[in-house]
Ligand binder design. Sequence first.
Ligand code: PMP
Length: 391
Amino acid sequence: MSEVVYLDYASSSRVDPRVAEAMLPYFKELYGNPSSPHALGTRMKGALEESRAKVAWLINAEKPSEVIFTSGATESTNMLLRGAAFRSREKGNHIVASKIEHISVLNTLKYLSKSGFEVTYLPVDSTGILDLEALKASVTDKTVLVTVGYANNEVGTIQPVKEIAEIVHSKRALFHSDATPAVGKIPVDAQKDGIDIMTISSWDMYGPYGIGAAYVKKGSRMEPLILGGGQEFGMRSGTENVAGAVGMGKASELAKLEMAGDAERIAAIRDKMVSRILSEVPYSFLNGHPTKRLPNNASIRFNYVEGESMVLTLDMEGIIVSSGSACSSKTLEPSHVLIAMGIPHVEAQGSLLMALGRFSKPDDGDRVADVLPRIVKGLRQMSPIAPPEVR
Ligand code: PMP
């Protein structure tokens, strides 16, 4: 059997071998608590701070101390949204979010609304771009926080982040962005983009699991989620995961240096694959924005077929894709992102998310495009809802 074609980078990425290499000494010979004043501790502290500086460099933070290491994107979002909301309570209790936020954002907001906050969910257009007029109308003097993902993990749409930041700041609210799918894939510049607090993942950019980061711009109102020994500038207590931080630092450095080349190469494979699929499979449509999208994302819906059936049939051909966000796939509900974009339920259920990555091979797209017309036709033949002309 030929090698597997892996197009599920939105659910799980491979750790870059250069990252694993950089981490190895921290599992074998290097140890010590970064808070200890002795030589071993100081050496670990040095490695931690060097890694923090690399993450800061990737996102153009003004200072490395604006980067707090956490256990991953979900924890960062919990800390940032809860920490900013509770800290700003005396200003107001209003939060604004887009309807297409990741489930980690949505469930944190659900928790905050049970704790006395009012949350306004804003619509997006049919390509997934936030309605800026609705944003302007909803942000008031009582708004403490606005959260809009930098780019959507399911459909790849990139938001007009700078414009959003200007509107948010006109009412002196904090702007949070979950930039998990964007950092390391497209240039994210915390200062120029006007982001106050930001969620950053490690594994999404070929770093290790079990570590992530939260960007907290100097002066942002914030309180910690995890209390203890006061590590990470008091923002995230617990003995630091130095091996993880070293891995995330290395991944950040590689992303900064290789992002442009990666993006061009990956987008070329993706674009050829998408155009072949759209022209060779009848009743197939691209989800998301045609140009303002992540270079690695292809989200396509196929009428009269079910996403899960396509995932399983492609799996038997050695092609790994997903039907949407792995984080929400325990529910059988159609994606809230596609629904918010106005796609009818039945069509949303026929979507495939094909996310490419650094290790995608030039012929990966063709391998998918070669088999999909046959697979979709076969499934449509068994579908009770497919009209005769598509069978
Ligand atoms: N936010 C977004 C936008 C994501 O795509 C993901 C998953 N890749 C997460 C948050 C959660 O990441 P994790 O499960 O690593 O905490």
